[in-house]
Design a protein around this ligand. Structure first.
Ligand code: GLN
Length: 500
């Protein structure tokens, strides 16, 4: 029986076989959202009418024998940073409250073209700045594994929606870890594709040289199906790569890693990572060896500077990108009563519309870019970026893929790090190098930490435009883990209909 607990691939084949209609499947998910989202707060906007209408159109097309794409009729949740025509798009900020984009982002257009049913927009840290969803102007999202904990961030709403069976698929964005980290903390799969592999057109910009859109799902295959639906060259994004999309679906189905060399990054293992995380990673390595992979140790000495350099580059780009929120063109306008000039209205609007973390980053970025300090800060950070990329190049000369934990700890408590920006920034210590180098990475759930029973994520990284490699390794390891556990990891999560 197809239901909300099925995989997206199972839903798609049941839809194709007409065992269930898209309207029924969409209703099941809308019912689930109604039942549990009061506890999770994954959604900022639920487009009930739009989703049902879309589902009905797809059902009619199917009934008339029209050839549909592989995910046709399957529901999805979309991070509220992607423009969707006519649908509120806030990027988690008060400054965009009430803005309804007059156009679709390329990814949303591709989802519509693939006949995927968009259920609504998901919660996130304001402008994707954060690692816990606590920086959202619309309240934090709760982790389905433990409502007192964060689901990670910034794409925490998307991850929580998938983990809580409110949607089988979701879209996120990842600038320094915002897909991989929440995937790890909620026990699902999340992928940051190679930079430029998925269009950024219509995605509210945070740090343009690092931002990347990517898929969330509960299995590697589902993630791959969504990846193929959204990837590809887009002439409206000048950094979009004009090359064929890697065959990630085929790679996810391959279930074999014989002869592959897997590099373990020395600097991202051992002390600094929670014991239960290291234990699950060690077991995963054993399973990969049993499946025929060869393990090599690699060293990436410049990773220790990556986090510091990221917190110069990302805020610098953000300070420039967020200048467009000037109270004239979008959303909020404060103090426009005829008594003030444009600059005063702008400053009152930005004061009222931006949250604390966003202001912190604008100040930091503006400072780092100021003429007297440019070379010392921004210039040096760019040099570190080159060194991080060289570390990856050297490591990939010895290994086909690299692995590490995704996060130093499992899901932390709401409030635990919210007053300590540096502690929060450290959540992304293992994910940021990937964005700096423009390569792709996957977060795969590999078990629960013994000390707290919370999900652990393994990060698998591959060279630019070789994203199929981490799907191959991820798919193989997922199958090995499933046969060891006997059931998917999310079956161990508490029942949300009884959890208080
Ligand atoms: N936590 C990191 C930041 O706050 C990464 C966020 C992201 O990937 N969007 O910048």
């Amino acid at each position: 029986m197809t239901n909300i607990h099925s995989t997206a691939a199972e839903m798609a084949s049941a839809l194709a076989a007409k065992e269930i209609s898209s309207v029924e499947l969409t209703k099941q998910h809308l019912d689930r959202i109604a039942a549990v989202d009061g506890k999770i707060n994954a959604f900022l906007h639920i487009d009930k009418a739009g989703a049902l209408e879309q589902a009905e159109v797809i059902d009619k097309k199917r009934a008339s024998g029209e050839k549909l794409s592989p995910l046709a009729g399957v529901p999805i949740a979309v991070k509220d940073i992607l423009a969707q025509k006519g649908i509120p798009t806030t990027a988690g900020s008060k400054i965009l409250e009430g803005w309804r984009p007059p156009y679709d982002s390329t990814v949303v257009a591709k989802l519509k073209a693939a006949s995927v049913v968009i259920l609504g927009k998901t919660n996130m840290d304001e402008f994707a700045m954060g690692s816990s969803t606590e920086n959202s102007a619309y309240g934090t999202t709760q982790n389905p594994w433990d409502l007192a904990r964060t689901p990670g961030g910034s794409s925490g709403g998307s991850a929580a929606a998938v983990a809580a069976f409110e949607a089988p698929l979701a879209i996120g964005t990842d600038t320094g870890g915002s897909i991989r980290q929440p995937a790890a903390l909620t026990g699902i799969v999340g992928v940051k594709p190679t930079y430029g592999a998925v269009s950024r057109y219509g995605v509210v910009a945070y740090s343009s040289s690092l931002d990347q859109v990517g898929p969330f799902a509960r299995t590697v295959l589902d993630t791959a199906l969504l990846h193929e639906a959204i990837a590809g060259h887009d002439e409206r994004d000048s950094t979009s790569i004009n090359a064929p999309v890697p065959q990630v679906v085929a790679a996810a189905k391959r279930l074999d890693v014989k002869g592959m060399k897997i590099g373990v990054i020395k600097e991202l293992s051992g002390s600094g990572f929670q014991a239960g995380i290291s234990a699950r990673i060690a077991e995963s390595i054993e399973l990969l060896v049993a499946a025929g992979a060869e393990i090599v140790e690699v060293t990436c000495p410049n990773f220790e500077y990556a986090l510091a350099a990221y917190y110069l580059i990302a805020p610098s780009e953000a300070s420039s990108n967020l200048a467009r929120f000037d109270s004239m063109r979008y959303g909020l306008r404060v103090g426009d009563d005829g008594s003030r000039g444009a600059e005063e209205v702008m400053s009152a609007t930005r004061e009222a519309g931006f949250g604390k973390e966003v202001k912190r980053r604008i100040i930091l970025g503006t400072y780092a870019l100021s003429s007297g300090y440019y070379d010392a800060y921004y210039g040096s950070a760019q040099k570190v970026r080159t060194l991080v990329k060289q570390d990856f190049d050297n490591a990939f000369a010895k290994a086909d893929v690299l692995i590490s934990p995704v996060t130093p700890t499992t899901a932390f408590k709401i409030g635990e790090k919210s007053n300590d920006p540096v502690a929060m920034y450290l959540s992304d210590i293992a994910t940021i190098p990937v964005n700096m180098a423009g390569i792709g990475g996957m977060s795969l759930p590999v078990g629960l930490a013994d000390e707290d029973g919370l999900p652990v994520g393994l990060q698998i990284m591959a060279p630019v435009m070789q994203d199929d490699r981490f799907y191959r390794v991820g798919g193989t390891l997922e199958a090995a883990l499933l046969s060891k556990w006997g059931q998917p990891i999310l079956s161990k999560a508490p029942d949300l209909t009884v959890q208080k």
